[in-house]
Design a protein around this ligand. Structure first.
Ligand code: NIG
Length: 400
């Protein structure tokens, strides 16, 4: 399929270093009135007044905004069951970690996932991917972490792979082997390092490895044991400082983690150290919205020169949200990012978190994942809440 998108306000996100950090984050590389040509799934040309072959499908943008497809770089979108009981408790004021301590929360989803078949898990994920695509997500990371036995983690990862095969976008699986579990942490960590990790990487050789560093979940010491084993061959990512600053950030930096995700409770000196390191920070403002109103100080982190990315954290417990436009709206209202910074955090920088160099920008040669908004001003992406600002999604060069 060949496409000619004509007369758009193009946010190329082009130029400068990737990931974007500090002041460069807000530079969107705008072409106020330009065209984009697409052929064979790739962007072939970008600029004003382009001409295309006669049989090309023309999309008249009439000055509306064209930007790269969103990259949702942190989700737990593969799950079974629901958490309605827990939500009712939460509305009565019971905190997230308290519910977890009592055997609910993540443990409830682990029980449901262990009971579900691979086929059911894939079908559930497929439904969520369809919703995400409609709101402009063309690449999504999906974590395991609700299986927590070797067999159940592999079942999840295979379900993620199965659902991905039917979706026009790209799904990047992550092995969240260090999620909240019930039992003895030392025994469990030993099993993960000796048995689960080797089995998982046999089938998923390039996969990133993740852990949840928090009270009621994994300690810093347990995370370090897992990451020391994993980091030479796999990108490592870590959930840290969601509720309590346990001191994971310096260790994540030392082990060259790809990202530290959450950061709602981070200490100022840890945020400064992270900002000065190659490790990226991933903010998840839909979590604060759904749980307890606490948000990461992303504006401060960026002012310190940090490289920030933005994601939905779609999951049944702390963020039942699939919409990147909503995450952008919250990042601007609560995390101190400007609309332009939030857009860069949701595209070019989010692609960098996943190690994907072929997307997140609009440049000749890159994958044609593009969004045409209803709007002529991209700030409306952050300003309007509750609707869908995306008029057209082009994914892998095809009009969805
Ligand atoms: O990132 N905190 C750990 N994991 C998820 C929550 C998962 C769940 O509650 O099911 C998060 O918020």
């Amino acid at each position: 399929m060949t496409l000619h998108i004509r007369n758009a306000r193009i946010l190329t996100l082009s130029g400068g270093d990737v990931p974007r950090r500090g002041a460069a984050l807000g530079e969107l590389g705008v072409i106020p009135a330009g065209d984009v040509l697409v052929a064979d799934g790739r962007i072939t040309a970008v600029g004003p007044g382009l001409t295309a072959p006669a049989d090309t499908t023309v999309i008249e943008a009439n000055g509306r905004v064209l930007l790269p497809g969103f990259v949702d770089c942190h989700t737990h979108a593969c799950w079974a069951g629901d958490r309605m009981e827990e939500w009712a408790m939460k509305l009565r004021g019971v905190p997230y970690l308290e519910i977890l301590k009592k055997g609910g929360g993540i443990h409830a989803t682990v029980r449901a996932v262990r009971e579900a078949t691979q086929k059911q898990l894939a079908a559930n994920l497929r439904d969520r991917l369809a919703l995400m695509l409609r709101e402009g997500t063309t690449t999504v990371e999906v974590k395991s972490g609700y299986g927590l036995t070797t067999e159940a983690e592999l079942k999840m990862l295979r379900a993620i792979r199965r659902a991905a095969a039917d979706w026009p976008g790209t799904v990047v699986p992550t092995a969240l082997l260090g999620h909240a579990f019930e039992g003895d942490l030392d025994d469990y960590t030993r099993m993960v390092v000796k048995e689960m990790l080797p089995e998982v990487v046999k089938e998923f050789p390039d996969i990133a490895v993740d852990a949840f560093c928090e009270k009621e979940a994994w300690s810093v010491e347990a995370c370090v044991k897992l990451f020391e084993k994993a980091h030479k061959h796999h990108p490592i990512r870590v959930h840290a400082d969601q509720f309590n600053p346990l001191g994971m950030i310096p260790e994540a930096i030392r082990l060259f983690a790809r990202s530290v995700d959450h950061l709602e409770a981070s200490r100022k000196d840890d945020l400064i150290a992270l900002a000065k390191s190659p490790t990226m920070g991933v903010i998840l403002p839909c979590t604060g919205f759904h749980t307890d109103g606490r948000y990461a100080r992303a504006g401060f982190f960026v002012d310190q020169g940090g490289a920030v990315a933005l994601a939905t954290n779609c999951n049944p417990g702390s963020s039942p949200v699939h919409s990147m436009p909503f995450a952008i709206a919250l990042a601007v209202r609560h995390c101190g990012l400007t609309p332009a910074e939030a857009i860069a955090a949701a595209t070019v920088n989010a692609a960098a978190v996943l190690g994907l160099k072929d997307r997140g920008r609009i440049e000749a040669g890159l994958r044609a994942d593009l969004l045409l908004l209803h709007h002529k001003d991209e700030r409306l992406l952050a300003y309007e809440v509750g609707g869908n600002p995306v008029e057209k999604v082009i994914c892998g060069g095809g009009l969805v």
